[in-house]
Design a protein around this ligand. Structure first.
Ligand code: PGA
Length: 254
């Protein structure tokens, strides 16, 4: 991490927890965590628990997010949720382009781009997810894949739009597998992402944009990851579902 960028620990609960379970989790979490002044904590529950968590998170200084959105503000899109709807429920973040959405639900760089623009337009912060699959890493194509995803999702945005974007580097081979990128592997890609952003935009943005690492982050590896200069936080799936492990992640030490 870098003292100029506030670290962000984000929970992606995926398709876990009913509203009742989500509230019980947060009540217990708040008893186990201290003040959050020097770090930001984001919880992205399923859509159905967003409203129930809104008040409780706000009172305690946590941020609320969603895991997906549609790019249109309204219309005949059965089953979809728009960014103004999420904003209205108190969300300040939306995760966009998670690899599960890319692999299982046909998300492309083009839809990631549309959704990212919609999130920014609604006054929220997109968390844009990128990452290579194992085969691409083994072929030495990681940077090429990352650059294509970055370009597809973000090139052409104005510097002002870009100033509100968070990026999450999530190597697909590390998600939910227990196999984490080493801190050095993650740092290498984060530094590369920062460099690519600087070539698209300006060095001012390169210095302020937060880049999270995701993929089997847990209490035993969070400190080493967060000690890397270009890792500004974590996007956490499995280890965010248990109060004890998420509390430890929030209290990472560098
Ligand atoms: P994981 O998931 O922490 O369970 O690997 C991370 C993510 O999918 O964002």
């Amino acid at each position: 991490m870098n003292p100029d960028r506030k670290p962000l620990i984000a929970a992606n609960w995926k398709m876990h927890k009913t509203p009742v379970e989500a509230i019980a989790f947060m009540e217990r979490l708040q008893k186990e965590t201290g003040p959050l002044d020097d770090r930001e904590v984001l919880v992205a529950p399923p859509f159905t628990a967003i409203q129930a968590l809104g008040n409780i998170l706000r009172q305690k200084g946590y941020s609320l997010g969603a895991q997906n959105c549609h790019w249109e503000e309204k219309g005949a899109y059965t089953g979809e949720i728009s960014t103004p709807m999420l904003k209205d429920l108190g969300c300040s973040y939306v995760i966009v382009g998670h690899s599960e959405r890319r692999q299982l639900f046909g998300e492309t760089d083009q839809t990631v781009r549309l959704k990212t623009a919609a999130v920014i337009k609604a006054g929220m912060t997109p968390v844009v997810c990128l990452g290579e699959v194992l085969e691409e890493r083994e072929q030495g194509r990681t940077f090429e894949v990352i650059d294509k995803q970055l370009k597809g999702a973000l090139q052409g945005f104005s510097a002002e739009q870009m100033s509100g974007v968070v990026i999450a580097y999530e190597p697909v081979w590390a998600i939910g597998t227990g196999r984490t990128a080493t801190p050095e592997q993650a740092q290498e890609v984060h530094a590369h992402i920062r460099g690519t952003i600087s070539s698209f935009f300006s060095t001012a943005i390169e210095k302020t944009v937060r880049i999270l690492y995701g993929g089997s982050v847990k209490p035993s590896n969070v400190d080493a990851l967060m000690a890397q200069p270009d890792i500004d936080g974590a996007l956490v799936g499995g280890a965010s579902l248990e109060v004890g492990s998420f509390a430890s992640l929030i209290h990472f030490n560098v």
